[in-house]
Write a protein that binds this ligand. Structure first.
Ligand SMILES: Cc1cc2nc3c(=O)[nH]c(=O)nc-3n(C[C@H](O)[C@H](O)[C@H](O)COP(=O)(O)O)c2cc1C
Length: 425
């Protein structure tokens, strides 16, 4: 067959020609990736599951999300408890109550799982970088609570997770729940497998996230030198040589069904996608922010280093979080406090205050208070192809872009051919 014919054949294939096998289950090979802080809502994850794929909720700032979803008062009560420390530059004293953290996670996960319909699965995206002033204990509490509350699977994200399997190896569900890891390089995967080998359990799937993804990136500021397909091939070939058979799920910049098919033909078991769903009705972003995503052009998106996690992050350049010099809000939030109770934003903020002692408000350009700004949907993190979202819908009479149903987007990935994107009726 000529190269041209091969391309034509590929263009006519659909994602629906493939299935993801996870244990005994057969799924539509579309995974909607986790988008913290409640951007990938329970509603969005539940739609992906109803349609036979996999959806993710996120465990980022769950007490905060629970307050919004269930009208609990975790944040208010924590702020009340630590109010005495608000003006203090040191935040080490601010601790999470593990019992309450478990309670909030149980609510978020439990209610989501109760609402699940259909043959798909709901997983939780669990970020190691949410160090919460006690990295091991808070991570263990979150993982255990998610397992206790019936989550179908846990995707370990934002970190190498070298000790995460060990944290839950004694849990009765450790061997049946689906466990996966997100990596951006073969080396990260090798390290994870080596460190987790002692638990006698392999991951059930590996998400390979390339440099075009949204959220934090597993690359340095030289991200543009890497490409997803090469990393997938490197990992696929290494796994073959090692006789390892773990489903591989590429992510980052897979914008059309045909993009997805290209990866499936390469040996991927499924694809993980997110950006297209940021403009769905079920997504947690407020509609005015979703319109910003639609409006964005290619040059309106940047990868910067303002996240205090130390990972580069992609976002819209007009995100209100950029340059904002608000007082650190750790007494209410504090999700990024490291094991010594510090955060790069606190250091940056304190530096600016010391430099401008008479200023009523300071500007902090190099870091941002990510907890507060993610909570308020003011850090508009997005994937590289956000500038193509406008081509996936129609415009309303007032010039705004029409939001899409998650079902429409999911089916477009599942059934479209020839690099086409179906517009809504
Ligand atoms: C708005 C947004 C927020 C995200 N937040 C997270 C997150 O909290 N944790 C994570 O592991 N990945 C996060 N991601 C990455 C996605 O889960 C997914 O792997 C990736 O964006 C897929 O690429 P695509 O957006 O080009 O489809 C986020 C992506 C977006 C677009």
């Amino acid at each position: 067959m000529s190269g041209c014919e091969t391309m034509e054949k590929l263009a006519m294939k659909r994602v629906d020609d493939f299935r993801l096998r996870l244990g005994k289950q057969e799924l539509v090979p579309i995974v909607v990736g986790g988008m913290g802080v409640d951007i990938s809502t329970a509603e969005l994850a539940l739609e992906a599951a109803r349609l036979g794929g996999i959806g993710h909720i996120s465990d980022a700032m769950v007490p905060t999300v629970s307050d919004r979803r269930f009208n609990t008062k975790y944040v208010k009560n924590k702020l009340r408890q630590y109010k005495f420390n608000v003006a203090n530059t040191e935040k080490a004293v601010v601790q999470f109550d593990l019992g309450l953290l478990v309670e909030a996670t149980a609510l978020h996960v439990g209610r989501t799982m109760e609402a699940k319909r259909g043959d798909g699965l709901v997983f939780i995206n669990c970020m190691e970088k949410l160090t919460m002033n006690a990295p091991r204990e808070t991570l263990r509490a979150r993982l255990k609570a998610a397992l206790d509350s019936g989550i179908d699977g846990i995707t370990l994200a934002a970190g190498l997770h070298l000790g995460s399997f060990a944290l839950i190896e004694d849990h009765p569900r450790f061997r049946d729940v689906k466990l996966g890891i997100i990596v951006s390089s073969l080396r990260a995967l090798q390290l994870f497998l080596k460190k987790s080998a002692r638990t006698g359990r392999l991951p059930d799937y590996v998400v390979i996230e390339g440099p075009l993804a949204g959220g934090h990136l597993g690359f340095g500021m030289d991200w543009a030198k890497y490409d997803l397909a090469s990393i997938v091939i490197e990992i696929r070939d290494w796994m073959k040589a090692e006789h390892l058979d773990i489903p591989l799920i590429p992510a980052g910049g897979i914008f059309t069904g045909t993009d997805a098919v290209t990866f499936m033909e390469m040996g991927a078991a499924a694809v993980q996608v997110a950006t297209r769903f940021t403009v769905s009705n079920e997504c947690g972003l407020p509609e005015d922010v979703q319109q910003e995503y639609f409006k964005a052009g290619e040059t309106d998106i940047e990868v910067n280093t303002i996240s205090p996690t130390g990972y580069p992050m992609r976002m819209l350049k007009n995100s209100p979080a950029i340059g904002s010099g608000i007082r650190p809000n750790c007494e209410a939030f504090g999700y990024l406090l490291d094991s010594t109770g510090s955060c790069q934003y606190i250091e940056a903020y304190n530096r600016e205050v010391a430099l401008h002692p008479d200023a009523k408000k300071v500007k902090v350009m190099d870091k941002t208070c990510l907890c507060t700004h993610m909570r308020n949907f003011e850090c508009w993190t997005c994937g590289h192809y956000t500038y193509r979202l406008k081509d996936t819908t129609r415009r309303n009479e007032d010039g705004s872009y029409r939001l899409l149903s998650a079902e429409h987007i999911f089916h477009d990935y599942q059934f479209s051919t020839d690099n086409k994107v179906a517009l809504p009726d």
